[in-house]
Design a protein around this ligand. Sequence first.
Ligand code: CO
Length: 300
Amino acid sequence: MEGYDYNELLSVGKVSADALEFSKKVIKPGASLLDAVNRIESFIKDRGCEFSFPTNLSVNEQAAHYTPLFDDKSVFSENSVVKVDLGARRGFYLTDCAITIDLSGEHSKLCEAAVEALDAAISIVKSGVEVCMIGAAIEEVGRKFGLKTIRNLGGHGIEKDELHADVFIPNYNNGDRTKLDEGQVVAIEPFFTEGSAGMVEDGDIVEIFQRHGDSRPRSNISRELLEKIESRYITYPFAARWLYADKDWENEFKVKRALADLVSSEAVESFPVLIEKSNGLVAQAEKELIVERDSCRIVT
Ligand code: CO
């Protein structure tokens, strides 16, 4: 990519990879989700980075997009299967990566399958590889473990300032013969489930939002909130809890109402928690890569 500093991307990627390692220390049975997310996000901030998106801590049948609520009281249980999906950002250099932490140790097959599928996919990534072949490699590992891949989630291109750029990298052979190019930055993220559906659907919880389009709401309070969102998070996804934590606002309720108004007026997009349709346990592994001529370089 022109004018793109790959070394800067690699340095941000290191922060994300270290944050995933750090998350293993704070995600334990009985630990609070809110405390864990605060510690992981502080770890990233302390290293001079912002966020590509709020840190996701999705548990069990939640595949993605759960980030703790402002007043989240939940704790990890002995049996939680936790997907930590995070991304440090510096300027417009975005990273995205994930691991699954199996607190009981009883779902090692599910978690190993995700890691093995990611490795299998990485081993074939090079300039000219067709995305359906990456999907086929992932699906093959799932078959070996007797697990379904999640078909409506997948990897993606990452560009300057754009977390989900053009290319979609399927988790199964979908017949898409789009080729990856040298220098392209992509994230590959196999998801497997023990469930029978192999699909995710929107759940009821919504804690992740993003400025969208250019419409402006009528009410003053909503407009004031929108200005705050634009100045702080630009067009990057943000967590509702980041806003509620703001002392400038009188109360959480007021922000909640303004945020709901921004969503209904389509000034802000919302990202509900994604749940496996048959409520099966889900594991994920994700890394960001730079496609090279004969292989790839791991960013995270
Ligand atoms: Co991703």
